[in-house]
Design a protein around this ligand. Structure first.
Ligand code: ZN
Ligand code: ZN
Ligand code: ZN
Length: 267
């Protein structure tokens, strides 16, 4: 409509556009979409930039985003198009029930398909990120547990520690985040009476930590972590991973006895 009015004016089109654009900022904001079309038609990059900024920053809603997206594509403004697609992906439920979406679905099914694909893509990207974060968290926890295990075996804790160390009492604050949890786990491991192969779930966790430690240990000859040598020797004897696990579990009872000796009897 604006286009028709301007066409009917006798002055040259560029001047018409400038006249139109010289309205107050509010008028520009109100007509940003029309001005975008005009700036594109008459190749006026600076006006186009202003309109694009207005649309990006103050104009987009879930109701109009589909219309703006289609115009942005026609007017060759890739950044505005991208921002529109982001708004669609982020607010798909609302956008897909808007009038604009319904009309677009009918007249431009290719765009609908493209937007749906963007949503699926964003969704799988989100889940992939979640999975990676979970993995990172798990590795961090494991790393902290390994550090705390070394620290407890070297420095001792409130209730456990090497026999040649004076235990530090309850008021000591520790900088190892997994220290307290691991202390509880170690104490449980030394007294647990559950007699199933490999022990209860807590004991299994302890076995896994000890085995993992010995796999990574740099100095098994002088290491203070209980059973470190035991696992290392077993691993040297048995090259096959599964067999190693089996042998360790079969000897679990007696290995546990040497572990018990590590726990301070006075505690
Ligand atoms: Zn500690
Ligand atoms: Zn147990
Ligand atoms: Zn070790």
């Amino acid at each position: 409509m604006v286009f028709d009015i301007l066409k009917s004016l006798v002055c040259p089109p560029e001047l018409s556009v400038y006249l139109f654009a010289s309205y107050t900022l509010r008028a520009m904001k109100n007509n940003a979409l029309h001005l975008l079309v005009l700036s594109h038609s008459f190749s006026m990059p600076s006006l186009k930039r202003v309109c694009t900024n207005i649309l990006e920053q103050t104009w987009l809603t879930t109701e109009n985003v589909i219309d703006v997206l289609q115009l942005a594509r026609q007017c060759d403004t890739p950044r505005l198009s991208l921002i529109c697609v982001r708004v669609v992906v982020k607010n798909f439920k609302k956008v897909s029930s808007s009038e604009g979406w319904k009309v677009m679905k009918r007249v431009n099914p290719d765009l609908e398909q493209e937007l749906l694909e963007s949503i699926v893509e964003a969704d799988s990207g989100y889940h992939e990120n979640m999975r990676k974060n979970e993995e990172k968290k798990m590795y961090l926890q494991l790393h902290e547990a390994m550090e705390a295990l070394l620290h407890i075996c070297k420095d001792g804790r409130r209730t456990i520690g090497p026999r040649d160390k004076v235990l530090k009492g309850s008021q000591i604050t520790c900088s190892f985040p997994a220290c307290k949890g691991l202390e509880t786990l170690v104490c449980h491991f030394s007294i647990c009476k559950v007699r199933v192969p490999g022990g209860c779930s807590h004991c299994k966790r302890m076995w896994q930590l000890l085995e993992l430690h010995s796999r990574m240990c740099n100095e098994p000859a002088t290491c203070k972590v209980p059973l470190c040598r035991h696992f290392t020797d077993k691993m040297q004897q048995q090259s096959k991973k599964d067999e190693t696990k089996w042998v360790v579990r079969q000897q679990g009872g007696s290995s546990k006895e040497c572990f018990k000796a590590f726990v301070n009897p006075k505690a």
